[in-house]
Write a protein that binds this ligand. Structure first.
Ligand code: CMP
Length: 138
């Protein structure tokens, strides 16, 4: 049982062969995988997914990065999933990420930061539904 969050293993981490290492940290962290797939965002997908950032100076760079190769999209379940997952992934800027976090180990920069984690229960539900039909969620 528990609450849900949504994650993506971003193109930088997939390119470098870190899918397995990141999934291991996620499951060792006590998260259950509810849904998961290897997929690639279109430009329209990324623009919609990151619409909240569309006025930011890095928006174009973010869309280009997130569409440049495959990602792993997943829904995760745990008590306090959104907050506990943000703790597990660490700060957006890997230079500020705590020891033992996914970004400390695998991220290279603020932009190429290896993983996404939803910032609220509401966004977790929206982001999960963006990628997965109900029958794909276990
Ligand atoms: P995330 O927090 O998962 O979602 C928004 C993303 O925007 C963030 O990860 C970074 O990948 C990206 N981002 C945030 N700030 C910057 C920045 N200053 N320059 C480039 N990308 C950024």
């Amino acid at each position: 049982a528990g609450t849900r969050t949504f994650t993506m293993i971003k193109p930088d981490a997939v390119e470098k062969g870190h899918i397995g290492g990141i999934l291991n940290m996620i499951t060792e962290g006590g998260f259950r995988i509810v849904a998961m797939k290897l997929t690639q965002l279109t430009v329209a997908d990324a623009q919609q997914f990151y619409a909240i950032h569309k006025e930011r100076p890095f928006f174009g760079e973010l869309v280009e990065f997130m569409t440049r190769g495959p990602i792993v999209a997943a829904i995760l379940e745990k008590d306090n999933a959104v907050d506990d997952f943000r703790t597990l992934i660490g700060a957006t800027n890997p230079a500020e990420a705590a020891e033992g976090t996914i970004r400390k180990k695998y991220a290279t920069s603020i932009g190429e930061n290896a993983v996404h984690g939803s910032d609220s229960d509401e966004n977790a539900a929206i982001e999960g539904a963006f990628h997965f039909a109900g029958r794909e969620q276990f």
